[in-house]
Design a protein around this ligand. Structure first.
Ligand code: HSE
Length: 307
């Protein structure tokens, strides 16, 4: 009988420019690990960071308590959280813990849920940090690769990324506000111009075509967002310079990673990634902001580990 399962889930970048709340890409920059162990009763959380220990305030805790109720599980559960993904920087940190928790729960109780159900259940955890449920990061973390979230009813479409796709994530040294995602969703305009919606739709379609055709350059050239980026970029000091520098250093496209403040540049294995990452750091320095950069590739989805 299985009494303990550990699942590792990747970071992710959401939106990829024009695909707000719809596109996600799993990246191998960082990973979270969740271990679920059957216990006598209740739900307890063991974590080495300053993470909330009350299951109702904790991303993984919310997923586990919701699944426990829904599937009428009587056992108690201990949740052990090992965070590898910096929280609040636009790399799907809460989503990865939620994804790992849902996948681990499924395995621990042998539920054999399909992938859309796992994404839906993991989305519950996003409530803890974003205030609302959005599935782009959790879908990428659960399934891996590039995902398109088709809403209502929820259906996740996965496309394998081109093997030569490379990214550089520049993470500024900023104090991110608590509930950053919730806050950064409030600055997005409620009404948009039809011409902007057409531009974003054309770019989003080209991003999908780029992934389908494994055309890295088409993906890079299409991560252009004229709706959300202009509304959010003031929250990222130096953003324009970071973007300009990355493009000049050979990046094919640049976007805010999820709700920010990290900035992600898209390039190919033939690009000079070290040059792009230095250029991005220089962009942040010009606004007197420190930063670190991570060069990464698309990642596989959440998977259990032998422990
Ligand atoms: N699509 C979401 C947003 C991702 O941009 O608000 C947040 O992680």
């Amino acid at each position: 009988m299985v009494t303990k399962v550990t699942v590792k889930a990747p970071a992710s970048t959401a939106n990829l420019g024009p695909g707000f709340d719809v596109f996600g890409l799993a990246i191998n920059a960082f990973f979270d690990e969740i271990t679920l162990r059957k216990a006598r009763s209740g739900i307890s959380i063991v974590a080495d960071d300053n993470l909330p220990k009350n299951p109702n305030d904790n991303t993984a805790g919310l997923v586990v308590s919701n699944m426990k109720r829904r599937f009428k599980i009587k056992d108690g559960i201990e949740i052990k959280i090992k965070k590898g993904i910096p929280a609040g920087f636009g790399m799907g940190s809460s989503a990865a813990s939620a994804a790992a928790a849902a996948v681990a729960f499924d395995k621990l109780f042998n539920l054999k849920l399909d992938q859309d159900s796992l994404v839906w259940l993991a989305g519950y955890g996003e409530k803890a940090s974003a205030g609302t449920i959005h599935y782009d990061n959790v879908a990428a973390s659960v399934l891996g690769g590039f995902v398109i979230v088709k809403a209502d009813p929820l259906k996740v479409i996965k496309v394998a990324p081109p093997t030569d796709l490379r990214m550089c994530v520049a993470i500024p040294t900023l104090d991110v506000p608590r509930k950053k995602t919730e806050f950064s969703r409030k600055v997005i305009p409620k009404r948009i111009r039809l011409s902007d919606s057409i531009l974003n739709l054309s770019n989003a379609s080209a991003v999908v075509a780029g992934f389908m055709a494994k055309d890295t350059s088409l993906i890079g050239r299409s991560v252009v967002d004229v709706i959300v980026e202009p509304a959010r970029k003031h929250m990222i000091p130096g953003f324009d310079q970071v973007k300009k520098n990355a493009l000049k250093a050979g990046a094919m496209g640049v976007a805010i990673s999820g709700a920010g403040p990290s900035v992600i540049a898209f390039a190919s294995s033939r690009s000079d990634m070290a040059r792009i990452s230095k250029a991005m750091s220089r962009g942040f320095s010009s606004a007197r902001i420190g930063s670190r950069t991570v060069i990464c590739k698309p990642s596989k989805g959440a998977a259990s580990m032998k422990k």
